[in-house]
Each structure stands twice: as structure tokens, then as C-alpha cells.
Design a protein around this ligand. Structure first.
Ligand SMILES: [Fe+2]
Ligand SMILES: [Fe+2]
Length: 276
């Protein structure tokens, strides 16, 4: 039976300025070297903060390129800037076409589709949602075609921001609006996804590990490989730890394993910033 092994890493936030995050990435790299999945997906925030530190993406790419397996990348808000939300104030670094272009130049396409083990895999740029940028309209057109071509195969979706907290109808609180795919683009996306056999939505961004099922779709929030955010800065929703997620896909079935690479350390963001 064909099997496809995928390892999801997220929120690596790499920069030459924070060695502890690079050390955690090296522990993850060693684990990937030992386990040799078919593919590594980084679901965004590859860089510490590309808008303010233009060297970070190149450094992040260098470290990923040294991995012994192929990688696919998706942008996070610290790679291309953040998307506007209805209830929250405008982000300090809004996503721009320029930011998206810079990401593509460094990491390749910011959205992708491929098939393996009887599944259709789709990666989306969640940061262009709700922006009104040409990239958003282009991505929705592209997604319509990608979903049509799934042709009854089960679909696994990867993106940086989770779709929602618990269900598509969650009321969007102003304080957490930036945590999820923003309304009203989320509604459009969910409606499009309702037309296919969606089984998995894999995201990052929150720096907390979470795994739940909503309407037969499994939602997996990958933790950061690099750091956790202390409770006084961020409420506890899932598990605050660093780590990664392993998937095994077979026709019509998949398994999820929540993993910490040996030697990974739960770096606390506040302590990291205090030391720098
Ligand atoms: Fe992040
Ligand atoms: Fe993020």
C-alpha cells in the first residue's frame, strides 16, 4: 500500500541574532535526518521577522536547504506581513504584494498543490486573505481549480493561520482576530472547502500544540520549533511546548503523531528577548 510520510514544522522564526532558536532548529534537523520523511512542510513564520530584518529569510532558507529531504514552504505574518481583520486595529506591518514577491523569490511558491498516496495536498497563503490584493483574488481562482481537480480524493490543507478556534461560526473576538483566517474571507474559504472531502487542516501561528475534530475534519495546530509565549502574554488554548508533527498518509486514511525532537528546549519568548 502506498504511504506518504510528511513532517510539519512551523514558526521556526530563524535569525542569526537568536542562537537558541537556531539550536532548536538543529535538534529538529537531526530528528528529520534520522526519520527521513518524504517531505517537510514549514507552515510559516520561517523568519524571526522579515519585514524588519531582511537577512532573516535568507538565513532561514539556508538552514532548510541543508535538510536531507525536500521542503515546501508557506508564508507566515512574520515573513510577509499580517492581514487586516474586521474588528482589530490595522496591523503594524500589513502584508503587501512586495512582501509576497520577496517570499517567493527566497522560498518559491507561496501556495501549492500535489498528490501523494491517493490524497490531494493543498498549501495556501493565509496572509493575503482579506487584503483585497491581486494575490488574494488570484489565489481564490487558483484554489477553485485545485479543489475541482481533487476529484473525490481526500484533501489535506496546510496554511499558517488556523481557520477558527472551535468551529466555522465562532464569533470573532477583537483581541484574537489576528489569530485566525479573518472574516469575511474565511467564510468564502470554508464554503469552497465544503465542496470537497476535506479531512485535515494543518496550521501553525499560535505557538501552541492542539489537535481536535470539527465536523469530521481534523484540525492540527503545529507548535513552534523555536519558542513558546508565556501565559501572561497569551492565553492557554492548547499545549505550550516546542516540537513538530508527523503524518502518515495512506489511501483513505492518515495518522498523526505529536513529537518533540530530542534536545529541543522550551525557549520562553520573554526570557529570550531579555537575554538579547
Ligand atoms: Fe510565529
Ligand atoms: Fe504567525
Amino acid at each position: 500500500m502506498p504511504e506518504f510520510r510528511l513532517t510539519q514544522i512551523s514558526d521556526t522564526h530563524l535569525t542569526r541574532r537568536h542562537q537558541e532558536l537556531t539550536d532548536n532548529f538543529h535538534r529538529v534537523s537531526e530528528y528529520i535526518d534520522a526519520t527521513r520523511p518524504d517531505l517537510v512542510v514549514n507552515s510559516g513564520d520561517l523568519a524571526w521577522d522579515a519585514p524588519t530584518n531582511p537577512d532573516d529569510p535568507e538565513f532561514a532558507h539556508e538552514l532548510h536547504a541543508a535538510l536531507p529531504v525536500p521542503c515546501r514552504y508557506l508564508p507566515g505574518n512574520h515573513d510577509v506581513g499580517d492581514n487586516p481583520t474586521l474588528p482589530a486595529p490595522a496591523p503594524s506591518q500589513p502584508v503587501t504584494e512586495q512582501g509576497v514577491q520577496a517570499f517567493r523569490a527566497c522560498f518559491g511558491e507561496d501556495r501549492w498543490r500535489f498528490e501523494a498516496a491517493g490524497w490531494c495536498f493543498i498549501g495556501l497563503n493565509s496572509l493575503v486573505m482579506n487584503t483585497g490584493l491581486a494575490s488574494e483574488a488570484q489565489q481564490f481562482d487558483w484554489l477553485a481549480q485545485a479543489l475541482a481537480s481533487a476529484d473525490r480524493r481526500p484533501v489535506a490543507l496546510f496554511l499558517h493561520k488556523p481557520l477558527f478556534l472551535n468551529s466555522p461560526e465562532d464569533a470573532e473576538l477583537a483581541a484574537t482576530a489576528m489569530r485566525f483566517v479573518p472574516m469575511p474571507s474565511r467564510r468564502r474559504l470554508v464554503e469552497m472547502l465544503n465542496t470537497v472531502d476535506l479531512r485535515l487542516v494543518a496550521s501553525g501561528h499560535v505557538h501552541q500544540r492542539r489537535d481536535f475534530t470539527s465536523r469530521h475534519v481534523r484540525h492540527v495546530w503545529a507548535p513552534s520549533t523555536g519558542f513558546i509565549i508565556p501565559d501572561r502574554k497569551q492565553e492557554v488554548i492548547g499545549r505550550k511546548e516546542v516540537g513538530l508533527v508527523e503524518y502518515r498518509f495512506q489511501p483513505d486514511a492518515f495518522e498523526v503523531r505529536h513529537v518533540r525532537a530530542p534536545g529541543q528546549i522550551d525557549v520562553d519568548l520573554e526570557q529570550l528577548l531579555r537575554r538579547s
